[in-house]
Design a binder for this molecule. Structure first.
Ligand SMILES: NC(=O)c1ccc[n+]([C@@H]2O[C@H](COP(=O)([O-])OP(=O)(O)OC[C@H]3O[C@@H](n4cnc5c(N)ncnc54)[C@H](O)[C@@H]3O)[C@@H](O)[C@H]2O)c1
Length: 402
């Protein structure tokens, strides 16, 4: 049910890429929500941002912005190393808090963050936009209705040529390389498909620095084993060329789904050049064949994300993405880095608040007392049943009429 719309008054922290997307959505269409105050380190940048988006005021003090008596919600779009302090101050001010991904640089930091908001009893939403893309929402709904059966394997891929600001490349300020920056999306996307109540148990990691001259990883693959036995496969890269590759594949016992969110999804344009240079986030070219995105904010999930956050606030429910989810993601990524160190499966250490998930059960369809392993449709219309004797394990083919 959609809540009655209460216009929200927002203190925005940051004026970079994500705050531009957020403000575009918050002020977008006929939306009554408004950013009233923005925090920027420099007065000049703050003023320019206010002018661009019709925001009444800016401040160079984060605390002053957060404590603005006119605002009810603090939206955080600052570098990762600043999330904790911003959340601590916003919780102290008793405001609703919406924080971008990753919630924190590690699980310890995320746990402290959870403490601030839970102690203050304020609303807290994790701005994980890629769990809200229209394609993702529709697929999650299909999975919940059982359209794909039991989920066995989810692959989530996040790749682009590398981030757009210096702080991302700095281990201290970012917390890590492409795994922290992009793997955090993969983990939460995977959790949405295998079920949020399905505990991530252990992680096996590969990562390397293949191209950029940095001491942090620019390519990574991780396997996450969940309590049900399902596996999540996260892939992320800061060296992918040609734009932003955001894809997910969901395999279940009764079906599959393949989602391509951003690059080459059916919108093609050719130009010899000369027009406005921007095509889409992380696009590397503005001439030749281009692959624009109709509405990036919608395609990336920002619109549905803020709708869920504010509806949740107004109806007194939890949003789909909570700070606890952000904490689980941080714990999985801690295990990723641990596995990288030990070159072995690393346990995900976390304070688990959901219940237990049963292990997936083997298929037990029978034919004349034998277990059916596979039914193969033949070109002549008959079926070949590959069956197994449950006692001896002996396997045989049986041909049956269609
Ligand atoms: N899909 C997504 O949800 C998504 C996409 C991009 C970024 N992000 C997240 O948003 C946050 C910001 O990323 P961004 O892309 O907007 O970065 P950005 O570099 O474009 O902007 C960062 C902002 O923080 C300010 N800043 C930087 N260092 C600061 C400091 N020491 N003190 C005060 N202000 C400082 C910058 O001036 C700028 O306003 C990060 O946590 C990032 O992971 C999320």
């Amino acid at each position: 049910m959609k809540a009655d719309v209460t216009p929200h008054k927002i203190s925005l922290l940051g004026t970079g890429l994500i705050c531009n997307f957020y403000t575009q959505v918050l002020h977008g269409q006929r939306n009554p929500d408004r950013v009233l105050n923005v925090y920027s380190r420099t007065e000049e940048r703050g003023k320019a941002f206010c002018e661009q988006w019709g925001i009444p005021r800016s401040a160079t003090s984060m605390e002053e912005t957060i404590n603005d008596p006119e605002t009810d919600t603090v939206v955080i779009g600052l570098p990762n190393s600043m999330h904790e302090e911003a959340i601590r101050l916003a919780a102290k001010a008793g405001k609703a808090i919406l924080c971008t991904k990753p919630l924190a640089r590690n699980a310890q930091e995320a746990e402290r963050i959870l403490g601030y908001v839970e102690e203050a009893g304020v609303f807290a939403g994790y701005l994980e936009d890629l769990c809200y893309t229209p394609k993702t929402l529709k697929t999650i709904d299909a999975v919940k209705k059982g359209a794909l059966g039991d989920i066995t394997w989810v692959r989530s891929r996040e790749a682009h040529p590398g981030p757009h600001s210096a702080w991302f490349w700095d281990k201290e300020r970012a917390g890590g390389g492409c795994v922290i920056d992009m793997g955090c999306h993969c983990v939460e996307i995977i959790r949405n498909f295998v079920g949020k109540g399905n505990r991530p148990v252990e992680v096996m990691a590969w990562a390397d620095t293949l191209y950029h001259p940095i001491p942090i990883e620019d390519n990574a693959i991780g396997l996450i084993r969940f309590e049900s036995g399902a596996v999540g496969q996260m892939e992320c890269s800061w060296t992918f060329r040609g734009g932003m590759d955001l894809r997910d594949e969901i395999s279940g016992t009764q079906g599959m789904a393949r989602i391509d969110h951003f690059l080459r999804t059916g919108f093609e344009m050719y130009t010899t050049g000369g027009a406005d240079g921007y095509v889409a986030e992380k696009a590397e070219s503005d001439s030749g064949w281009l692959f624009p995105v109709g509405d990036e904010a919608v395609a990336l999930g920002y619109v549905d994300m803020f709708t869920d956050m504010f509806d949740a606030m107004e109806t007194g429910r939890e949003p789909n993405e909570t700070f606890y989810d952000g904490y689980v993601v941080a714990a999985v990524l801690d295990a990723f880095y641990k596995s990288l160190e030990t070159r072995a499966w690393a346990p995900v250490e976390l304070d688990w608040r959901h219940g237990k998930t049963e292990k997936l059960k083997p298929n037990k369809q029978m034919h004349e007392g034998k277990e059916i392993l596979k039914t193969e449709l033949l070109p002549d219309g008959r079926k070949r049943l590959i069956v197994q004797d449950p006692e001896t394990g002996e396997k045989e083919d049986i041909l049956v009429a269609a």
